[in-house]
Design a protein around this ligand. Structure first.
Ligand code: KG4
Ligand code: ZN
Length: 354
């Protein structure tokens, strides 16, 4: 029966190969292999290296997830895979692998939007999302404030997006200028622990009375942090203070706008997801401000904030249970897919028309 299917989710959009197994909203297992260390000496993800690493990790990671759950491949009733957005070579490996498995098992295949996966990650820890909820997605490539209703069925409403850099990108690039290791976000978080968040008065972009209340901009903040670092060149660069002040500015802007969205739309739940939701200051400031505003805060556990296969399986499971149409066998990747629906199957319309 469709509703009781066990869903295998595959994620390979960037540098993490993830396999997750979910059934009826319950996480049964997940395994991740990261090629992060292979990119570290280049200071950023090298697409070809990421794609090759996915190829090496795909089968072992799927096997690890199955072993963890105590399941056989033949127990899998549906396969969900990230079809975009992401690095094209990396996505290709995951989609080819997922198609092979689904075809071999003769089970339906679902194409999933990576960011919808980040949203669904939270359901594995805290149960179904309330309708409606405000979702703040903060990852390495995206920063958006969304109004989410039924994730499997309804269109996702964008209240605001970043006009330039994503919050994670800002952390990653500034970390480089500060001489901190890749990936920059966690390095800034660590360095900030011994710094003073009030040491440097970094700007709070787009928070003026005439600014779009839900739009973000992080490139000016990135430049301000880089200038500050240059201005301290040759002297003792107080990296900890710079990191703490930058983190404070990012956390302040993100949470301020997210709470304004909840207030303006009369929404009682804020969900913060994506890699930057792992940031300690983003988490505590969101907690403080939500408590003060009487808004319920939901943030996935750290391991489900960064890229993983469980979040893709979670979307697949929601799609199966909502009776969504599976993807056609010729479903393709969409490296720059905008987030409009959780199911991402760019070729579906053509295939059905044919
Ligand atoms: O969601 P994610 O794993 O991948 C994308 O879809 O982009 O997010 C990765 C981003 C990177 O920019 C990384 O530096 C950031 O999340 N990140 C953090 C932390 N952990 C990961 N940023 C700040 N503090 C952290 N603790
Ligand atoms: Zn991601």
């Amino acid at each position: 029966m469709a509703a009781g299917r066990i869903v295998l989710g595959i994620e390979s959009s960037c540098d993490e190969t993830g396999a997750g197994i979910v059934s009826q909203g319950r996480l049964l297992a997940h395994a991740v292999a990261s090629s992060m260390d292979e990119h570290a000496r280049f200071g950023g993800v090298v697409p070809e290296i990421a794609a090759r690493a996915h190829l090496h990790s795909f089968t072992p990671v799927v096997r690890r997830a199955l072993d963890q759950a105590g399941l056989k491949l033949s127990d899998i009733g549906a396969v969900a895979v990230t079809t975009g957005p992401g690095l094209s070579g990396a996505l290709q490996v995951g989609v080819a692998g997922a198609k092979t498995l689904a075809y071999e098992l003769d089970v339906p295949l679902y194409g999933v939007h990576h960011l919808a996966g980040h949203v669904a990650a939270d359901t594995l820890e805290h149960g179904p999302l309330p309708d409606p909820c405000v979702v703040l997605i903060v990852s390495g490539g995206h920063t958006s404030l969304l109004l989410v209703r039924d994730l499997a069925r309804d269109p996702i409403v964008h209240l605001g997006d970043t006009l330039d850099d994503a919050a994670g990108e800002c952390f990653d690039k500034v970390a480089r200028v500060f001489g901190l290791p890749y990936p920059g976000g966690p390095a800034i978080d660590r360095a900030a622990r011994s710094g003073d968040p009030r040491a440097v008065a970094f700007p709070r972009p787009l928070t003026g009375p005439k600014d779009d209340p839900y739009a973000f901009s992080f490139s000016g903040l990135k430049t301000a942090a880089a200038r500050w670092a240059e201005g301290h060149a040759g002297r003792d660069l107080l990296v900890a203070d710079g990191a703490a002040s930058l983190q404070e500015a990012v956390a302040d802007v993100l949470t301020r706008k997210a709470l304004a969205a909840c207030r303006d739309h009369g929404v009682g739940t804020l969900v913060v997801v994506g890699g930057v939701a792992a940031n300690s200051r983003v988490r505590t400031l969101a907690e403080e401000r939500c408590a003060a505003a009487g808004v319920r805060l939901r943030v996935p556990p750290m391991t489900l904030c960064t890229d993983n296969g469980a979040m893709i399986a979670a979307v697949g499971d929601l799609l199966v249970r909502s009776g969504a149409e599976p993807a056609p066998w010729d479903v393709s990747i969409d490296p720059s897919a905008p987030l409009a629906y959780a199911a991402l199957q760019p070729r579906a319309a053509t295939a059905r028309a044919a």
